[in-house]
Design a protein around this ligand. Sequence first.
Ligand code: DAH
Length: 342
Amino acid sequence: MKEKLLQEISSVKDMAMADIASVSDVSSAESCRVKYLGKRGLVTAILKSMKDVSSDERPIIGREVNVLKAMLEEKLGSLSTDLKKSRLERSIEKDKLDITLPGRALPAGRIHPLRSVFCEIVSIFTGLGFSVFEGPEIETDYYNFEALNVSEDHPARDMHDTFYVDDGRLLRTHTSPVQIHVMESRKPPIAGVFPGAVYRRDNDVSHSPMFYQVEGLMVDKNITMGDLKGVLSTFCHCMFGVGAGVRLRPSFFPFTEPSAEIDIRCVICSGKGCRVCKQTGWLEILGCGMVDPAVFEKVKLDPDEYSGFAFGMGVERIAMLKYMINDIRLFYENDMRFLEQF
Ligand code: DAH
């Protein structure tokens, strides 16, 4: 027993020395430690077998194993410390940090061009004394059409290809229904703008199924077409520059009488005629008119006592003209190359 164990200790020692000599990195040092000193290691196994050794032989063998164990612990410990140190030195050398280099800038967010034009439109009107009101995006047929003098069989309904939600409810096709909510809930004088999203079954380079409008309404005694012209020309000059040419062109809307459209001189060709203004020299900006007496009657205001004007514009259209953008879809695609230009 004694001879056999001493023989084994000696061969384990030789094997360990050879293994240690071939250790080249931290992980092979660790596997080597496990192989000899781990729970199921070769040296540990010899220590475990000591219980079968007779008591007079035990001190001799015990000393031999313990010497081997201590030696391996010492050698592997210092080997692993050295290897860790040189690994660290190599990585410091490799990932040298040059603290004089400029830092990496985080990409800064910015306001979306559509939102910025939206806010600019609203703030021009609040600057003129208008208040801001919002209404629901899901409307009833009554608010979206009926109260605005667009009856069931009115041909103007065809202008708004509508998304229906369910029985009698729909996604509003314009922000004009907010006029009705506002006139139902407060007495004149009223000067308000109503910004928000609207929905139509439409999708091409200049139409999106969801887009934004800003509606406006001014109601009081003795409001005239002159007030409409003054307020809306001022708006155009703030938005497109004091030099912008502005004209009122007769039009038709069921909720205004008379109705008009406001055009500005073409921002692309300055009025000479081009593809964008379809050779007319003018660009349509918004619809407007004097509130139709039929609408006043729906909200129980006396058309003989009150008068007013209303207007509505598409935010995308204004933004496209302001920034000369030719495809409405660019606003919704979140392409950074587009957005970073603003
Ligand atoms: N609601 C109209 C549309 O979506 C725009 C409009 C035109 C609003 C004339 C008005 C107005 O208030 O008076 O096309």
